[in-house]
Design a protein around this ligand. Structure first.
Ligand code: FES
Length: 116
């Protein structure tokens, strides 16, 4: 199907793993597969290089913002010094209410994952 993006073998997306596929960061949050657009709303870090925290949020590799992968909204703003800037956390949270990360649907056919 033309609108699908191949992710790779399902066996490679183990719990806690994030990988890139086209414009998506695709991950496995404790068995729940997700796909969100891969540019952080803060300074556009590649979220495919991020990690998944204990709550199942996607963590930005640059400044530690955390995203709810179901809604695409930021649940914790930029850290590593940025958290000291008054209002920044609230600004980015509000921004991603209006402009959340895009979400795709991860499907598996045979042993291969796709985003549609
Ligand atoms: S680029 Fe993602 S938190 Fe800064």
């Amino acid at each position: 199907m033309a609108s699908e993006i191949e992710v790779g073998p399902a066996s490679e997306l183990t719990p806690g793993t994030v990988m890139g596929a086209g414009r998506y960061a695709v991950g496995n949050a404790d068995g729940e597969l997700f796909a969100v657009t891969r540019r952080c709303r803060h300074l556009y870090a590649d979220l495919a290089n991020g990690s998944i925290d204990e709550a199942g949020c996607l963590v930005c590799p640059w400044h530690g913002s955390r995203y709810d992968v179901q809604t695409g909204r930021m649940v914790l703003g930029p850290q590593r010094g940025f958290e000291k800037i008054p209002g920044l956390d609230a600004f980015y949270k509000a921004l991603t209410v209006v402009l959340p990360l895009g979400r795709g649907r991860v499907v598996q056919r045979d042993d291969t994952l796709y985003v549609e």
